[in-house]
Design a protein. Structure first.
Ligand code: PRX
Length: 649
């Protein structure tokens, strides 16, 4: 794992500023260590205590944890409602506090919802969903822009015990179809369109195309956002506003089991088929709430902005559930960071006096490229804490963030976690843990993380290995929707006898016990913080009639972290020219979405394979990265392939 070496040479250290530590929820390394030790020595006592303190239960639980590897049940016997925890319980103390400050992409468009207003909207929309005949446990797909109604939709589902599956608005009709069918969704919630860089994303058209092949879908609820005309199916489609107008007033929160499914969120794995990560109610809510408060050191008057889209897990946990369960004021922004100008986010920070700002390394690298003059135009002095998530952050980007945005005053929390983990797992606590640029630092409470070799031995400082989690945690995924076998094999089979969770990430631990994440060790790639499976892109490519075989690898990219390079062999008689190249790129966009568009398509006469016929991606990676020296080729079946691949490149 030589990629890590430059990181480990990183000697800079940033202790929490004393004035920050003084007022922090966890204000010293000793306090962090004490709580961490307690969480590991007596996990059930620790989590039981916090579940009682942080969550409003309708019925208390009987047992903190039942661990039947690889299946965990947390807070069994307990009954709760997640939307009541996010809304109803704040009405008395925070009714008039702003829950969501929403900023639309078209400049000047803003909406503010207090806890009272959000509660009323959720109650009514839940009644509207109920009027469609949806029952607890039914699945509802949500394919919507970043507008308050998307959060309202999620919370309304939670209110009734419906299981939502949010599909990122950048996915194509084909991708929607696969996800809706896999979940067996009865309803799809969408909008007439969403704004993106001044253009309208045709969300309803995509849903129409998808749903034509989704036999389980009975209803499509359409929010009017842009006012464009959309095709209409009278039997199936209903306007959001009509449904709400006709619904009886208010739906009370349903009491559901702690282990009742809250949502499914599809993410990429190592096969062509996305995985439906299943999260349940009590444990997920506890993880999101506790990390929200302690990692972001949340104070009553904070204005919290996580820039993620709700289509990703970060948006679930830190735009909707975490902030609202903690009673915070959250920002939600509809559009692109450079629309109309590259200072849009800084304008919002200044205007709404954001205190905590959480974004992805890709965005930070884009800000760097756009130049310091953009943030310099705005007063960023309201900021007190910064965060990053989604990919490894290079020290140069960390330092830029620290200096230009944080004015060398705001601690940075580099938070490692995954769709599967539900909430933040490895992170500094900003008032306690000194940071090192490029390291996610130390495990959060209850997280028994280690870096091990194939045999499961801890590798110790200075060597690379696999990041594993050695015991269950409340917000962990419970299974893969409809595919428990894949759940077992994907996450638990590698260290089966020990019952450890395999993260799929490579990492190192340094002398201070700090974790340095290298990146994925499987065929999952991370492009601009978006997780994609190379197999998904390959199967999209081979679904094109001209393509015989395809292999997709990532090469390093200065802004996006990684970029997609596709090696493709085409059938006899097919012209491998520029036209086909762009057709293939667009073909992938149609099958998956623009986020999967290959940066490069390279035509090859043959792909390098082992004698047993396995494509040697390692070699392709080296070629894609333009390396002179490529890795071990002793198992390569046909050496001439390499030479031609290089020429063709
Ligand atoms: O490789 C790790 C990377 O993102 C993966 C998880 O992707 P996803 O499920 O889409 O969730 C992203 C947001 C939680 C991980 O396996 N990753 C996430 N955070 C970090 C990271 N890599 C390095 N440092 C991080 N802070």
């Amino acid at each position: 794992m030589t990629d890590l070496d430059p990181l480990l040479d990183e000697q800079r250290r940033f202790p929490p500023p004393p004035e920050f530590a003084r007022d922090a929820r966890i204000g010293s390394m000793d306090e962090y260590r004490r709580l961490y030790r307690e969480s590991i020595a007596d996990p059930e006592g620790f989590w039981g205590r916090l579940a009682e303190a942080e969550i409003d239960w309708i019925e208390p639980w009987d047992r903190v944890l039942t661990w039947d590897p690889p299946h965990a049940r947390w807070f069994e016997g307990g009954m709760l409602n997640v939307s009541a925890n996010c809304l109803d319980r704040h009405l008395e103390t925070r009714g008039h506090k702003v829950a969501i400050h929403w900023v639309g992409e078209p400049p000047g468009e803003q909406r503010t919802l207090t806890y009272r207003e959000l509660h009323a909207a959720v109650e009514r929309f839940a009644a509207a969903l109920e009027s469609l005949g949806l029952l607890a446990g039914d699945r509802v797909a949500i394919y919507m822009p970043m507008v308050p109604e998307t959060a309202i939709a999620m919370l309304a589902c939670a209110r009734l015990g419906l299981v939502h599956s949010v599909i990122f608005g950048g996915f194509s009709a084909e991708a929607i179809k696969d996800r809706v069918n896999d979940a067996g969704a009865k309803a799809v919630l969408t909008a007439d369109g969403g704004w993106r860089r001044g253009k309208i994303v045709p969300l309803k058209d995509n849903v129409d195309e998808a749903v034509a092949e989704c036999p389980t879908v009975e209803h499509v609820v359409v929010l009017r956002r842009t006012g464009v005309e959309v095709a209409w199916n009278d039997e199936r489609d209903v306007w959001w506003s009509d449904l709400v107008r006709d619904a009886p007033r208010g739906a009370p929160p349903a009491a559901v089991d702690a282990e009742h499914p809250l949502f499914i969120l599809y993410t990429s794995g190592t096969t062509g088929k996305p995985k439906g990560i299943l999260h349940t109610s009590g444990g997920y809510l506890l993880g999101a709430t506790l990390t929200m408060k302690s990692v972001f050191d949340l104070k009553e008057d904070d204005v919290f902005w996580c820039t993620a889209d709700v289509g990703w897990v970060t948006g679930h946990s830190y735009v909707v559930y975490g902030p609202l369960a903690a009673g915070a004021t959250a920002i939600m922004y509809e559009g692109a960071p450079d629309h109309p100008e590259p200072d849009r986010l800084w304008e919002i920070v200044a205007d709404l006096e954001v205190t905590i700002f959480y974004t992805a390394p890709t965005a930070i690298r884009a800000f760097m490229k756009w130049g310091e003059e953009w943030p310099a135009k705005h007063d960023l002095s309201s900021l007190r804490l910064l965060g990053t998530v989604g990919e490894p952050i290079n020290p140069a980007a960390w330092m830029w963030y620290h200096r230009v945005i944080g004015k060398e005053r705001c601690p940075i929390v580099d938070t490692w976690w995954q769709t599967e983990t539900g909430s933040i797992m490895i992170t500094p606590l900003p008032g306690a843990v000194p940071t090192k640029p490029g390291s996610a630092t130390v495990p959060f409470f209850g997280v028994d993380a280690d870096v091990v070799d194939d045999a499961g031995e801890s590798v110790g400082p200075g060597s690379g290995g696999y990041l594993v989690i050695k015991r269950p945690w409340p917000s962990m995924l419970r299974t893969l929707w409809g595919d428990d076998e894949r759940y077992r094999s994907q996450y638990w089979s590698r260290y089966e006898e020990r019952g450890w969770y395999f993260t799929g990430d490579g990492a190192q631990i340094d002398e201070d016990g700090y974790v340095w994440i290298v990146g994925r060790v499987d065929d999952v790639i991370n492009v601009a913080g978006h997780r994609l499976g190379t197999a998904e892109i390959e199967s999209a490519l081979v679904s094109h009639e001209a393509v015989v075989e395809a292999a997709v690898v990532a090469r390093p990219d200065e802004i996006k972290g990684q970029a997609i390079v596709a090696f493709v062999t085409v059938g006899g008689g097919v012209e491998s020219d520029e036209t086909l190249r762009s057709e293939l790129r667009e073909h992938v966009v149609r099958r998956i979405g623009a986020l999967a568009r290959p940066a490069e398509v390279r035509f090859a006469q043959a792909l390098p394979k082992t004698r047993s016929g396995k494509i040697m991606r390692r070699l392709l990676k080296d070629i894609a990265a333009g390396k002179e020296e490529i890795g071990d080729t002793t198992t390569l079946e046909d050496y001439s392939v390499l030479a031609t691949l290089r020429q063709e490149a």
